[in-house]
Design a protein around this ligand. Structure first.
Ligand code: GLN
Length: 197
């Protein structure tokens, strides 16, 4: 969360943490950070934010989710284990995602991506137990996929997988742009979406 707040501030946004429904009511856009989507589901319930957030997203609140945040924004989470606590995604993005999709052996990696809408060079992408997007609905624009390169070859069929999407004012990345210090381009892209609303 701290890294997102810092990157948003550097993008010229007035960023603040949201922990209570009153704070949610005051923002013009929201970032859902990485973490653990089962825990995030539980925390949203505990802080009585799940329903208010779902409603604001349904009403068109701009949102950006990274990694677990992408999972929370999805319509469907594939292959949930009925023995484990469930992720209850918010359904703001018409995609199905697979959690921890890049494999259990080597589950973190970094690579450079072409990102539609960011034209001044590739985006460095840090993946940490990341999901990928497996199905996209008609209204969803694919912004980035994993390239075929030495960093990604053999990683559970990583190459070609969809890892950044946008549907109207909702943006999501399977990776963590907030962890790449000195490059706020994805956050600036999101700040522009918010300002355009
Ligand atoms: N593996 C986590 C999940 O499924 C996401 C990891 C992350 O956000 N870096 O929720």
């Amino acid at each position: 969360m701290a890294e997102h707040l810092a990157a948003l501030e550097r993008s010229g946004a007035d960023a603040r943490p949201v922990r209570r429904p009153e704070e949610l009511a005051a923002v013009h856009g929201i970032v859902l950070p990485g973490g653990e989507s089962t825990t995030m589901t539980r925390l949203l319930d505990t802080f009585e934010l799940y329903e208010p957030l779902r409603e604001r997203l349904a009403a068109g609140l701009p949102a950006f989710g990274s990694c677990a945040g992408m999972i929370m924004l999805a319509r469907e989470v594939l292959d949930q284990d009925p023995q484990l606590p469930a992720v209850r995604p918010l359904g703001a993005l018409d995609v199905a995602v697979r959690r921890n999709a890049f494999g259990r052996q080597v589950d973190s990696f970094e690579t450079d991506l072409e990102f539609t809408g960011i034209t001044d060079g590739p985006v460095h992408a840090v993946f940490i137990r990341a999901p990928w997007v497996e199905k996209v609905g008609d209204g969803v624009e694919v912004l980035a996929s994993v390239p075929e390169d030495p960093d990604t070859t053999g990683r559970g069929g990583a190459a070609g997988r969809i890892v950044a999407v946008r549907q109207g004012p909702v943006l999501a990345t399977a990776f963590h742009p907030e962890l790449v210090s000195g490059d706020e381009r994805v956050h600036r892209y999101f700040a522009q979406i918010v300002r355009a609303q």
